[in-house]
Design a protein. Structure first.
Length: 399
């Protein structure tokens, strides 16, 4: 490690720590003033009870009891919400820490998430620094750490794990480490359902390399590695449904489990997103807002001001929101899903220009924009935490 890299990492970790301390303060404030006492166990400090609500409760069941052998059903024979909807790497890591230290899940889960968040920030920072330079990389990580939904980086959720694995795959694809990219992509299939957009990113990376074969001839080993990267991304979308089938004996066990969160309705691409935006804004305006969002995102990521990020990061930033709109219900969880859209943060601060471009944004302006947007994000984070971490039965909109 060079001295400049060490200094960069020291600054990055310091920034990330400051934002985590801010978030900790917000969560402690909510615990102290505005929590229903029903959630407190009395066995751990109240912060950790708060940090294992909602998805954390499911991960605790998995870590302590494992997955059920059979899919639970209601009186009408419909599959009920169950542990198979949640991917296994995070609860297994928490269980490992529990076995080594004797800590309860309420402590082990948030500790694992927090450590993984630091690792994700480091990998993200090194990836961005390689593409857009030190100031823009630090700014991008700062906005990631300040993002409104960033409290999920230190509670028993999988945002930190997903970000770490995603950044690792993207960096490996950019560096053309095809074999390793395929292996890590396969691992994401046990952590987060992002196979479709990740597969498109890998395809773009392979096409870019293929088009450059005249200047840099392809060896058989590299061609095989490129195929492996594509196969790893494809298999990552199949591995967990296959394991659910193996574990329950039900071939469609994973999709019917996921439909339980929709009252048994099958997943129809784009329908929940269209229904939600039209419910919130009206039929015409909702459609206009949705299309406008994707047009704005395309302008952000395809203009010269984002060229320094390169095709791998462009593709991720465009494919991932499209996937979210197609596959998920855009309710309160959409905030935390969008934390993976970190390349857009770099463009927001003007840090996406190619490093040799004469129009590259001055460092002072990147810093100023980062400070302003981070302050807005933090204010938004206070509101978001108040609305979603403040548990007041019977209202229960999860983070």
């Amino acid at each position: 490690m060079t001295r400049s890299t060490g200094r960069f990492l020291l600054i990055l970790l310091g920034l990330y720590t400051l934002f985590r301390l801010f978030t900790t303060g917000v969560l402690l404030w909510i615990v102290a003033e505005h929590q229903d006492p029903v959630i407190f166990s009395g066995e751990v400090p109240r912060y950790f009870d708060l940090a294992t609500l909602w998805d954390g409760a499911w991960y605790e069941r998995i870590a302590t009891e494992g997955y059920p052998d059979q899919l639970p059903v209601n009186d009408q024979g419909q599959v009920r919400q169950n542990e198979w909807a949640f991917y296994p790497i995070f609860p297994l890591l928490a269980k490992g820490l529990m076995l080594v230290t004797g800590l309860p899940f309420a402590v082990a889960g948030p500790v694992v998430a927090t450590v993984l968040g630091y690792a994700a920030a480091v990998v993200m920072g090194l990836l961005l620094r390689e593409r857009v330079g030190t100031p823009a990389a630090l700014g991008g990580v700062a906005l990631f750490a300040a993002f409104p939904a960033s409290p999920t980086l230190q509670v028993a959720y999988t945002e930190s794990l997903a970000t770490l694995l995603l950044c690792a795959v993207l960096w490996l694809l950019i560096r053309e480490r095809w074999w390793a990219a395929g292996a890590v992509a396969l691992l994401t299939g046990l952590a987060r359902p992002i196979a479709l957009p990740l597969g498109l990113v890998a395809l773009v990376a392979v096409i870019v390399r293929w088009r450059g074969r005249a200047e840099r001839p392809l060896s058989r080993r590299e061609a095989a590695g490129m195929f492996t990267a594509l196969a790893g991304c494809g298999a990552s979308g199949l591995i967990w449904p296959a394991l659910v089938w193996l574990g329950t004996g039900v071939p469609d066990g994973y999709p019917v489990t996921m439909s339980a969160w929709r009252q048994g309705e099958p997943v129809t691409p784009f329908a929940p997103t269209l229904d939600m935006v039209q419910f919130l804004f009206g039929d015409f305006r909702g459609l206009v807002y949705l299309v406008g969002f994707f047009v704005l995102l395309a302008v952000m990521m395809l203009g010269p001001w984002a060229r320094g990020l390169g095709p791998v990061l462009w593709t991720w930033a465009l494919a991932y929101p499209f996937y979210l709109a197609a596959a998920l219900d855009p309710w309160t969880s959409i905030y935390r899903y969008l934390i993976l859209l970190f390349p857009a943060f770099v463009v927001l601060i003007g840090g996406g220009w190619p490093r040799a471009d004469a129009r590259e944004t001055p460092t002072w302006l990147i810093v100023l924009r980062t400070v302003v947007i981070a302050a807005l994000f933090l204010a938004w984070q206070v509101w978001w935490s108040w609305e979603l971490f403040r548990f007041e039965p019977p209202r229960d909109n999860p983070p």
